[in-house]
Design a protein. Sequence first.
Length: 219
Amino acid sequence: MKNLVLAFVALAIALPTFAQKKFEGTITFGLEYQDLPAEMAAMSAMLPDEMTTQIKGDKTRLEQSLGMGMSQVTITDLKKGSGTLLMNMMGKKMAVEMSKDDLKDMDKKGDKKPEFKYVDGTKKIAGYECKKALVIVEGAGEMEVYYTEALPSGANKQFEGLNGFPLEYVIDSGQFKMKMTAKTVKAETLGADLFAIPDGYDKMTFEEFKTAMGGMMGG
């Protein structure tokens, strides 16, 4: 479970944000898992199958239920290069403040620029006509991505240079893969409170959190 928690933190860092023109709203993704390690495969039916991403200006908010009384929210401030992880673990609430260096350490492939091959293939995803491309990253092989030109380009390192916004792609956590497929895209006004630490959360550093996770989940 600790690997799943940290994988969603890394996922929030890699998620695309809208560039060129502004987008504010909510994207709901369905999740599928590939190449699960044995300990996770045994509990695959309990793994989350949906994730919500909210975008407002330079801030993103990824919310995910982890099951078994646990939930996770990762807030990223792209302008400051920092983030906050909100964990609710069976009533124990933690706000983990992540520095720019913490986020850089989590983004293992951040320095590797992707190459894109635009190939034949289309698919309708969340109401958008999407085109197919192959993404090649050194050391990570080749993967498919479906993107729409109807939404602004993704401005993250993983898809930097893609000719549109990715609505279906795969995230490689290093231990397993998650296939992300958009279910809905909704433009809406979001409150600033969604991107702040709520009352009742104990603050800690990312190193303190990793130590605590090792103690609570057996290392």
